[in-house]
Design a protein around this ligand. Sequence first.
Ligand code: DGY
Length: 498
Amino acid sequence: MPLLPGQSPEMLDRLRNMDLPASFADTALGNLENNTSQVTLNGQPYNVIRPGELYPGVWGWDAAFHAIGLAYGSGERGLEELEISALGQTEDGRIPQILFYDAELANRTYYPGPNMWECESANGLPISGLSQPPVYGFALEKILEIDPAAEQNEDKVRELFNVAYNYQKWWYEERDPEGTGLVVSIHPWETGRDNPIEWDPIFKRIRATDEFQDMPFDPAVRKDIRIDEHGNNNAKHRPSDEAYKMFTHLLHKVKDNGYSIKDADGEYRKDFPFAVQDVTINSMLQASNEALIRLSERYGTPEQQRELRRWGTQTRESFNHLWNDEAGAFQSRDTTTGKLTETSNGSFLALATSVPSEYQAARMAHLLDDWKHKHGVKYHICSSPPDHADFNTERYWRGPIWTIVNYVAAEGLLMQGARFENPAILDKGLEVTLDSLELVQMDGGAFHEYHNPVTGKGCGAKSFGFTSVAFLDLTSKLTHYKTALEAAGEKPGGTTVG
Ligand code: DGY
């Protein structure tokens, strides 16, 4: 990837001067290991990783990102993590939002636990009834890039390629009611972003229904609100009770239909209250399509190659339906009204695909600039728009920064920078990388789940998997660019990295 003549001196200075404590990478890998438990599933021993202290299970997109982070220690271990996630796959191909590796623990410490979901994987393990952004195929390719030695285990890679392929197929066969290649999500938990400002108008519509109003909900069922070691309650960092009533209501809606959005005749139902072409899910679906198309040359059958290319073309061509030119970003689309929603940090994940044109990539880089420099915000990338009246710097997805989202966005900006050779796009990729690393550094090795975009303060769980993975990958990118800068005698200009 090139550093360009137009690269800003400010960014090059930051790149040159950013020194990270060497021990942080060990801590990041250590976090993943410390979040690991040895369990027996269907008679076999496994090392399962929970995302962090609030979450006693294997989460779908967390596990795929953990696999990328683990590959910085050993690609073999990264593949093992994908293998564990695959234990949760359903007969029809869905990788679940949550695989509960210890049902008793999850029922006791997490809401909603397996007793509430009443759902099973193909091999009888307790799972939730939803999915999450499909990072699986994207992660498989990343592991092989980070540690090419992992490819020696060709049978294992082929097996995981098939898991990833069947997962993509599930999205296209079970979640594409409009037949456009833009798939639909039916629950905020599925998008991985529970409570961004983006969903507020949809929640408002649902809240006005009698069905919602008549539903009894006791917030005491929640187990995510805790008192920490300093006696502080984390409630102001977590979604509100009102949001939890919504999540529960939507859970009942999908559960009542057997976790499918089709009717008994296999026709798509049109009455799901939350039916969104989520920008995160569609971006990761396309990023995984593109990764799997490349991998299919070695691991796929001719039919799989054909199908992947077909899905990839269809989703890429339809993606412009999610482009809001006024906002200068891709946005999710509410299929009930046909309207685009709001910009969020999820909007920038589309950059990690071949979808954006140079114009779109440059507009998104510009929008990021606007978000960072006009609203008291000091770090990239807010999870909800900082100029919105309901922006909140510390409440889950209503403002705080998720460095794992930054990682995918940075990956995308650097990729678009190389594609289009526009220094502003590449510059923004470097800036997102540097901001994310600075946040983790300021956090002093605590690796919090998310960060306040104004003060940089860490919030949520500590020693968090997502943050550890983002740190490991972005550190490797930083090293890459610093080496290029040094090799060019510290003068940018046509310097090629890697
Ligand atoms: C939670 O429990 O907070 C998760 O976001 C659901 O996936």
